[in-house]
Structures are given as structure tokens and as C-alpha cells.
Ligand binder design. Structure first.
Ligand code: AMP
Ligand code: ZN
Length: 112
């Protein structure tokens, strides 16, 4: 079972920010911003490359949860960034799809 599946199953501890039947959001262990939360589906999907048409509603739900988490963390008004890293060029390091929710400081554009 992959690392994030273990977090979803509560086999590995994480600081949980939100949870429902299909998703779980938890604070990144190595935050790169004052707010850094990861939103994942409980179902294992390796990356955005591996999501199928049947996953469309679930992908939408990840974004909806990201919105809720950003608001809950007080980042709605000032703004925040949502990121999905996919594959080598994006630097994906955990192969269970996740949406980064980053906030609490200005974000550079273009990203590095
Ligand atoms: P990515 O590089 O987009 O695949 O992002 C993976 C993220 O997972 C990184 O920001 C890591 O800091 C984070 N991470 C790795 N292990 C854990 C863990 N056990 N708990 C919380 N976050 C983690
Ligand atoms: Zn997994």
C-alpha cells in the first residue's frame, strides 16, 4: 500500500485538516508555505495521468475540498495556490494523486 493510502487508512499519522467519505486533507510534513495542506482521494490514483473518465466527479471533489480547506485556514480572501504535480518534470514525489493547497505568503509566477 502506498504512503498516502496508509495515511488515508490511518495506518500512518497525519495532522488531518478535513475528511469525508471520499477524500482526506492533511498538513504537509515539510511545509513550503505557512499553509500547506494536501488533499487526496481515499481511492488510490497514481497521478493525474492515471485518472479516468470515471474519476471526474472525484477530481472535482478534490478541488471543492481544496476550496473549503483554504477557507478554513483563513486564506480565501488573501488568496492561495492549488497545485497538482504530475510526473518527473513537475517533481512528483509521492505517487498517489494529491492537490497542494498553499497559502500565507505571496506565490511567484511562473513557478520554479
Ligand atoms: P509532490 O512532490 O507533489 O509529490 O508532493 C508530495 C508531498 O508530500 C511533499 O510536499 C512532501 O513533503 C509530502 N509528504 C511526504 N510524506 C508525507 C507524510 N508522511 N505526511 C505528510 N506529507 C508528506
Ligand atoms: Zn495510494
Amino acid at each position: 500500500m502506498c504512503l498516502f493510502c496508509k495515511i488515508a487508512n490511518k495506518e500512518i499519522p497525519a495532522k488531518i485538516a478535513a475528511e469525508d467519505d471520499d477524500t482526506i486533507a492533511f498538513h504537509d510534513i515539510n511545509p513550503v508555505a505557512p499553509t500547506h495542506v494536501l488533499v487526496i482521494p481515499k481511492k488510490h490514483i497514481t497521478s493525474l495521468n492515471d485518472a479516468t473518465e470515471a474519476d471526474q466527479a472525484l477530481l472535482g471533489k478534490l478541488i471543492a475540498v481544496a476550496q473549503r480547506v483554504a477557507a478554513q485556514e483563513g486564506r480565501a480572501l488573501e488568496g492561495f495556490r492549488t497545485v497538482i504535480n504530475t510526473g518527473p518534470n513537475a517533481g512528483q514525489s509521492v505517487f498517489h494523486i494529491h492537490v497542494h493547497v498553499l497559502g500565507g505568503r505571496p506565490m511567484a509566477w511562473p513557478p520554479g
